[in-house]
Design a protein around this ligand. Structure first.
Ligand SMILES: Nc1nc2c(c(=O)[nH]1)N[C@H]1C(S)=C(S)[C@@H](COP(=O)(O)O)O[C@H]1N2
Ligand SMILES: [Mo]
Length: 497
């Protein structure tokens, strides 16, 4: 067998180092927004199996998901300053590049003869790998294989053909659009939190591999190993190999530093630039229709559901709340043939839909609840949007300048709103909910009315809805990005994953 390493293997290897470093760092920043891991999809308080923060949940005041956020050191997180939205842009854009590289690499591997160096063809590999491990444990090196020893071959095979696919499969499971359309997939994997935990364990295994792999290169001798890794053969010039290798490593480091700086200095431009790559994938996923029908036994008790967003602080809202929302009127306006003003009783008299669905916050926490309310399609029939209406703007009662947590006040303040594409609202599981788990919607979950659009992440599901405005374009609202969290936290306005 040809022992040299063809160019595609060497190039894929360098891209892999770059992509994995960016994915690990952005992934850690995503984790830092909710640094707790669970095995149950209720994310029942106190039931986490891993907690990477020292925060204690206070008992004397309300507490929400966003307050769990911590800062990880920039060395291990991209961009390193609590920017979940931007970290997600990086993570998904790079994941696409990484998967593309992987597909090309595996295709070239399988169609050529190179697969022979990786794919074990005999069960004898297991005892041989064990023998190699025993030798390593006595701080000796087993004899060179052809080209790998059995343990090496088995490890590489497992990383490429087991670990990498597991990361992709568990990553996909975290998409509300995908798991909303194919709930069996999530059930098969054991739930979103099991998938999220496995995704993190996968990261740890990748990291362990990286450390061991690098250590082996050093132990075996950098010049000889670099000659193979970067020039394709240990017969190549080792001084040239060290030069090329160090240059490649420097480029990977510089790209990481550059990515960090650019993201911190030009967050809006970065949101848009990476959005060009990521948004089409998000849009494609969002086109799926939600088919969730969880059972009564899956429901998270109301008092154990996580919360994001504190109730409106205005006197107007407080007064409405005191009178059980007797004076509440939902305003439907904009590009419609029939503007509407609907009381809660009016809404209750319309068609009703009940559904048990999983809520997926962008931070990673979940909960399952029974929602009852008006199908959005019913509202569409009543108000009759004009042909040019493309989006619905949901205006809320809460003003982040007064009701927001400290960070929300700092990053923007202002009335909360979100824009949702009418195509998503045509989904039969898109509803205006006035009931949660069989009771009127509690204040903290959005009384009197909140949106459920089950193929998106949680922040799109506006609570405390005051008005729904049909528009052709959303550039004129807020900072023009399609919602309060898009404007102020650089989230994408396409959130199927
Ligand atoms: N008006 C309003 N709606 C909102 C928010 C908010 O801050 N204000 N937060 C969003 C976020 S980030 C999430 S995850 C969900 C949380 O819903 P819950 O508090 O009922 O669990 O509400 C969404 N709707
Ligand atoms: Mo959220």
């Amino acid at each position: 067998m040809d022992l040299d390493y063809p160019l595609f293997v060497r190039v894929a290897h360098v891209f892999n180092i770059l992509f994995i470093s960016l994915m690990m760092r952005s992934g850690m920043e995503i984790l830092s927004s909710f640094p707790k891991l669970y095995l149950n999809d209720h994310c029942r308080p106190g039931s986490e199996w891993l907690r990477l923060s020292r925060k204690k949940t206070p008992t004397d005041r309300p507490w929400m998901g966003l307050e769990e956020e911590v800062t990880f050191p920039v060395l291990v997180s991209l961009p390193g300053n609590r920017e979940l939205g931007l970290a997600r842009h990086w993570h998904f854009a790079v994941a696409m590049g990484w998967m593309l590289t992987g597909v090309i690499y595996v295709a070239l591997l399988l169609f050529g003869s190179q697969w022979q160096r990786l794919v074990p063809t005999s069960w004898a590999i297991f005892p041989q790998a064990w023998q190699a491990l025993v030798v390593y444990m006595t701080f000796h090196l087993p004899p060179d294989g052809n080209p790998y020893n059995a343990l090496q071959q088995l490890t590489y095979f497992a990383v490429i053909f087991v670990l990498a696919p597991i990361q992709i499969a568990t990553g996909l499971a975290m998409s509300p659009a995908f798991s909303g359309r194919f709930p069996w997939y999530l059930r098969f994997l054991g739930g979103k939190q099991v998938a999220r935990s496995a995704h993190f364990i996968g990261l740890c295994l990748f990291f362990a591999f990286l450390i061991a792999h690098t250590a082996m290169v050093i132990i075996n001798g950098v010049p000889k190993e670099f000659a193979k890794i970067f020039l394709g053969s240990d017969l190549a010039s080792s001084s040239l190999a060290v030069y090329v290798g160090l240059t490649a490593i420097a480029v990977v480091l510089l790209i990481n530093i550059g990515a960090t700086l650019v993201t911190r200095r030009n967050p809006r431009q970065l949101q848009h630039a990476l959005g060009v790559l990521v948004d089409p994938m998000q849009r494609a996923l969002s086109r799926l229709r939600s088919h969730q029908h969880y059972l009564a036994g899956d429901i998270t008790p109301t008092d154990e559901l996580w919360v994001n967003g504190y109730p409106p602080a205005s006197a107007e809202y407080r007064d409405l709340e005191k009178t059980a929302f007797k004076g509440y009127r939902l305003e439907v306006r904009g590009l419609v043939d029939r503007p509407l003003l609907l009381s809660l009783d009016d809404l209750r008299r319309l068609d009703r839909r009940d559904q048990v669905t999983k809520h997926n916050c962008i931070q990673g926490w979940t909960g399952v609840a029974a929602w009852g309310g008006v199908p959005f399609a019913t509202l569409l029939k009543l108000c009759r949007p004009r042909a040019n209406a493309r989006y619905a703007v949901f205006h809320a009662f809460d003003d982040k300048s007064t009701s927001g947590n400290q960070k929300e006040k700092e990053i923007g303040g202002g009335i909360f709103y979100e824009v949702v594409d009418l195509r998503l609202l045509a989904d039969e599981q898109s509803i205006l909910a006035y009931e949660l788990n069989g009771a009127p919607l509690p204040t903290k979950h959005g009384a009197p009315l909140r949106l459920r659009v089950e193929v998106q992440l949680g922040f799109k599901m506006v609570k405390w809805i005051r008005a729904i405005e049909f528009v052709e374009d959303y550039a004129a609202f807020g900072a023009g990005q399609g919602g309060w969290r898009e404007d102020h936290a650089y989230y994408s306005n396409q959130v199927g994953i």
